[in-house]
Design a protein around this ligand. Structure first.
Ligand code: A3P
Length: 276
């Protein structure tokens, strides 16, 4: 998330300034310019999601797939294997080929390949709200949160984000793997199989990855080794990891407000997130 990213270095800002004209002339990849990376490589894969949709879970799974699932990996190790574009730009620029990069920006047409993960909007809102509250980045109740710019900036609304990815997956199915958080929870083996076919990573033991990336295990790894989030909030990033807990959290009035957007409801239904 940009809010937890360290400030951009002066040298990177200068580089970005010098690349402004080449970008305008279409001489460099616009995705690279926007993300302030030197280049996007032909074999890059981006892990894309609206915040709080399970991106970190996928990053852990990929990290174990890359390393052949030998031994537990900490948050810090995963950051090196599958870095966050808002946190580790220098590292990403130094990485050789076949990079896996986490982002929330839907610059899909500029990414050679993308793994997109979507999660029920209502669970995303509840997760996002808790995240912002414990980091003290938002003050107010849930009703105020879902009416605030927190959920539309800087990555656009969930509706815009998801519909863009869905459209892209219909137009360019070979360039994007579209996953649902709920499917990953329900049938992890199948998701792992999909990730393996899409990435070509095959040298791992599925049962070990399943075990190591289970919610309780990730929570434990974080408690033992710490994380940036834990340093800042004293809480686990791996908060609850459930589907449908919005039902006990969102009031009837707030649901009515959410469902007032007919396009959003239609998109949710298309993705099998039932609204009735
Ligand atoms: P909750 O806050 O509902 O617990 P992201 O990484 O995109 O920010 O998403 C974070 C959400 O994914 C958090 O949701 C987190 O707990 C959940 N998550 C991470 N790993 C998970 C796992 N192994 N199983 C289920 N949920 C997981």
């Amino acid at each position: 998330m940009p809010s937890i990213a360290p400030p951009i270095s002066r040298s990177r800002l200068l580089k970005q300034y010098l690349r402004w004209l080449p970008d305008k002339l279409g001489l460099i990849n616009r995705g690279a310019f926007h993300l302030q990376l030197n280049k996007i490589l032909a074999d890059d894969t981006f892990i894309v999601s609206y915040p709080k949709s399970g991106n970190t879970w996928i990053r852990f799974v990929l990290a174990y797939m890359i390393t052949g699932s030998k031994g537990k990996l900490s948050f810090q190790q995963v950051e090196k294997l599958v870095p966050d574009v808002y946190v580790s730009k220098d590292l990403i620029d130094e990485m050789p080929s076949a990079r896996f990069i986490k982002t929330h920006d839907t610059l899909l047409s500029y990414f050679p390949k993308s793994i997109y993960i979507v999660r029920d909007y209502r669970d995303v809102l509840v997760s996002f709200y808790h995240y912002k509250i414990v980091l003290k980045e938002f003050e107010g109740d849930f009703s105020a949160f879902i009416r605030s710019k927190e959920i539309t900036e800087p990555f656009g609304s969930w509706k815009e984000h998801v519909s863009k990815a869905l459209q892209f997956s219909q137009d360019y199915s070979n360039r994007i793997l579209f996953l649902r958080y709920e499917d990953m929870k329900r049938n992890f083996d199948q998701t792992l199989q999909q990730l393996s076919s899409f990435t070509g990573l095959e040298n791992f033991e599925p049962s070990i990855i399943k075990e190591l990336t289970g919610f309780e295990n990730l929570q434990q790894i974080e408690t033992e080794n710490g994380s940036e989030f834990m340093n800042r909030s004293g809480r686990n990033f791996f908060r609850e990891g459930k589907t449908g807990s919005w039902k006990e959290f969102i009031s009837a009035n707030d649901l009515k407000f959410i469902y007032a957007d007919a396009e959003l409801v239609s998109l949710m239904n298309e993705l099998d997130y039932k609204t009735e």
